[in-house]
Design a protein around this ligand. Structure first.
Ligand code: MV4
Length: 503
């Protein structure tokens, strides 16, 4: 039962400062709660689904995000114009921007998210680690402060042991990260890391950590209210990634024991506690071969992969975020939380896995989503729509749920086969490759999965089989007609190119 707390505020209209699948995802929860929704959109998104779904919609500028979705004052202005009392920033764009969070507050509006102070501390890996030092949180050995003296840092690197990893404090997406194998390369790599960090983040602060060579990336979902109550909603395994872009996520992880899960969960709650965390957040860890884990950083937003946590806990994270922002006391107790079943998410990108994942733009000529038991599709497109070039190439998130990991995988394969997309190339076939790979099914994989096992040929064989079947079918069809074998071959190839699923 939820308690009535003294500080609740009314949210009758919510502005969603985002686009695509996540804007729709947020609006659906708001609508279920009886909250009116306001969409903002760029000129490229006039006909987008999030605009049509919302109760009201305001154009905030040209296609480029820097002129629309990233312009804080236009979004605050849209709230004033429509009477929205709160803003949900989703992920990306302004979601982790502390300056924006302050402007929203100053305008008398509610930002669905943590305080600007928490965003700021967690926005820097060094200040995040410093905050976590208050508690007994395992961290990778290295330097606790930004490196100012290269010789001193090199001595520390020798103490810690090579290989070491240089990281940018302001970093994200693997930028400004460099592996150093031996002491004599240290100085050169340090200079390269600093200049990369300056050009990417305008901040050249770097630090070092021992390089964990084969880690798994495991993160813990947390929720905190305004009264210091914090719970964790277990882990998500996100090791299947390509160039720091996650491709497959699942919950729970195939390798965590109940004991490690509880320890990691407690650490995540402590990290959140260290910054008086309010709202939904994610604490990121790496896990080594001995199942020892280390805190890396905290993301102060709703994450793309949040649905897998929703599936295994039965919670609606967006609703929880809104209730927290209204000032309600967390209605969830840690001891009541339980993992039920297994969920997997595949990110469907408009990228060609046969061509080095080159972004593929164009029109969704066919777009039919899979349905049925245990299948959830979070998307923002319809058949006939164009994928705009201005934004993230993610078309959809395909999420499957099962009683256990095997069933979730089987459902994912079934759902991938049912998904019918033509007009653009997508990562669906790559997802099927992952689901069928022994390293994935056995659970024995790490962040190197894609580099280690995937090349375009692994998919081409799949297509060869399809081509052969098409050829046989064509021969059977034409066997009564007088045609040459080369003509049969040509027709077969044509049939195959026309009919093959564009995935
Ligand atoms: C590491 C690591 C190994 N050792 N830190 C990459 C992005 C940033 N979030 C942290 N990252 C890593 N930090 C130490 N000390 C390996 C990675 C890493 C990684 C982590 C999570 C998911 C994917 C990754 C891919 C490459 C490297």
């Amino acid at each position: 039962m939820s308690q009535i707390s003294p500080l609740t505020s009314q949210i009758s209209k919510l502005l969603i400062a985002n686009r695509g699948e996540i804007a729709l995802r947020i609006m659906r929860s708001a609508r279920e709660m009886g909250i009116k929704t306001v969409a903002v959109f760029s000129e490229a998104d006039r006909t987008a689904l999030h605009v049509r779904y919302a109760d009201e919609a305001i154009c905030i500028g040209p296609a480029a995000s820097s002129k629309s979705y990233l312009v804080g004052h236009k979004i605050i202005e849209a709230c004033k114009q429509t009477g929205a009392e709160a803003i949900h920033p989703g992920y990306g764009f302004l979601s982790e921007n502390a300056a924006f969070a302050r402007e929203v507050k100053a305008a008398g509006l509610i930002l669905i998210g943590p305080t600007p102070e928490a965003m700021e501390i967690m926005g820097n890996k060094l200040s995040a680690k410093a905050a976590a030092l208050k508690y007994d949180i395992p961290m990778v050995p290295g330097t606790e402060e930004a490196i100012t003296d290269i010789e001193e840092a090199k001595q520390r690197a020798i103490e810690v042991g090579f290989p070491i990893l240089i990281k940018a404090a302001a970093g994200g997406g693997g930028k400004g990260m460099r592996i150093v194998e031996q002491a004599e390369d240290f100085e050169e790599q340090m200079h390269l890391a600093v200049s990369e960090a300056i050009s990417a983040f305008g901040d050249g602060s770097v630090f070092i950590e021992r390089y964990v060579t084969s880690p798994r990336h495991i993160e813990i979902q947390v929720l905190g209210d305004m009264y210091g109550n914090i719970v964790h909603l277990f882990e998500r395994e996100c090791s299947v990634q390509r160039r720091h872009q996650k491709v497959v996520e699942e919950a729970p992880s195939a390798v965590l024991t109940t004991e490690i899960r509880a320890k990691m969960g407690k650490c995540a709650v402590d990290v959140a506690q260290a910054v008086n965390y309010v709202g939904a957040g994610t604490v990121e860890f790496i896990l080594d071969e001995n199942l020892d884990f280390f805190f890396l950083e905290m993301n102060t937003r709703l994450q793309v992969e949040h649905p897998v946590t929703e599936m295994i806990t039965g919670l609606d994270l967006v609703k929880e975020q809104i209730k927290i922002a209204r000032g309600e006391v967390l209605s969830i107790k840690q001891e009541d939380l339980k993992i039920i079943g297994h969920a997997i998410e595949l990110r469907v990108y408009a990228e060609d896995p046969l061509n080095n994942f080159l972004p593929d733009i164009g029109t969704l000529q066919t777009y039919k989503t899979p349905k049925g038991n245990g299948v959830r599709v979070d998307d923002g497109f319809e058949e006939g729509m164009e994928i705009p070039i201005y934004y993230d190439p993610m078309i959809a998130k395909l999420i499957t749920y099962g009683a256990n990991r095997e069933e979730a995988i089987e459902r994912m394969i079934r759902a991938i086969d049912e998904y019918d997309i033509t007009g653009i190339q997508t990562t669906l076939s790559f997802g099927k490759f992952v689901m069928q790979h022994e390293a994935f099914t056995s659970g024995k994989f790490d962040t190197h999965f894609v580099n280690k096992y995937f090349n375009a040929d692994s998919l081409k064989n799949d297509h060869k089989e399809e081509a052969l079947l098409a050829a046989i079918a064509t021969v059977l069809l034409l066997k009564d007609q007088k045609v040459t074998s080369s003509a049969v071959a040509e027709i077969a190839v044509n049939n195959w190119t026309k009919n093959r699923k564009n995935y």
